[in-house]
Write a protein that binds this ligand. Structure first.
Ligand SMILES: *[C@@H]1O[C@H](CO)[C@@H](O)[C@H](O)[C@H]1NC(C)=O
Ligand SMILES: *[C@@H]1O[C@H](CO)[C@@H](O)[C@H](O)[C@H]1NC(C)=O
Ligand SMILES: *[C@@H]1O[C@H](CO)[C@@H](O)[C@H](O)[C@H]1NC(C)=O
Ligand SMILES: *[C@@H]1O[C@H](CO)[C@@H](O)[C@H](O)[C@H]1NC(C)=O
Length: 171
């Protein structure tokens, strides 16, 4: 019983220390990002960040990109369903197609090249994938469509892409 208590006390003392150390690692990985808070939020959302190395961290940020791409695509589907014919509907449908096929495929390629150690290709894929939501936002603005919610999701996606590329750049 006494050893048990000692053991528990030891865990109580050590774990906050190691959590601090892990947090330092995340801060370090994110500090080059334009918006470190968005990068940190992504890493904190995944418990695997705690034990991840450099490459693992990059993989986690790519996972966050994938889930944000999902949110953006669902938002666009939702927005499009409320529109009848017209240039806004057309632009939204093009966005939906580009994001759900091209951007999504390129992001999975980024994950594959990260696994095979081709970091140059990972970087290029992340950049290429980012072109799709950016072009989508540009085309929607061109037809005078605004959605602060959607555009802020796209901005978060862009910030996460920037963070991922900067982490990879430091490999
Ligand atoms: C966009 O997606 C988010 C998260 O799924 C949701 O909270 C929000 O209501 C959606 N907005 C639109 C316009 O679909
Ligand atoms: C669709 O958009 C509306 C209004 O913005 C939002 O309340 C709802 O949660 C959205 N649905 C989904 C599935 O994102
Ligand atoms: C998107 O993917 C399709 C099918 O792979 C391809 O034909 C098309 O050229 C791609 N579009 C862009 C803008 O890359
Ligand atoms: C990755 O992309 C960024 C942004 O385009 C660039 O600054 C950086 O040099 C690239 N790094 C590698 C290793 O390709």
């Amino acid at each position: 019983m006494k050893t048990m208590i000692k053991f528990l006390l030891l865990i109580l003392v050590i774990s906050p220390m190691s959590i601090c150390a892990e947090k330092d690692m995340m801060i370090n990985e994110c500090h080059n990002a334009d918006v470190p808070a968005i990068c940190m939020q992504c890493l904190e959302s995944d418990p695997n960040s705690i034990h991840a190395d450099h490459i693992g961290i990059a993989g986690i940020v790519i996972n966050c990109l994938e889930s944000h791409l999902h949110i953006i695509t669902n938002n666009i589907t939702n927005l499009s369903s409320k529109k009848d014919k017209g240039e806004v509907k057309t632009a939204l449908e093009i966005c939906k197609k580009d994001l759900s096929t091209n951007a999504s495929t390129i992001l999975s390629e980024a994950k594959t090249s990260l696994k095979t150690g081709d970091y140059d290709k990972t970087n290029k894929s992340i950049k290429l994938a980012l072109g799709f939501p950016l072009r989508c936002m540009f085309n929607l603005k061109r037809v005078k469509f605004t959605s602060p919610q959607l555009f802020s999701q796209i901005n978060i996606y862009a910030q996460l892409s920037d963070a991922a590329m900067r982490i990879i750049d430091r490999f």
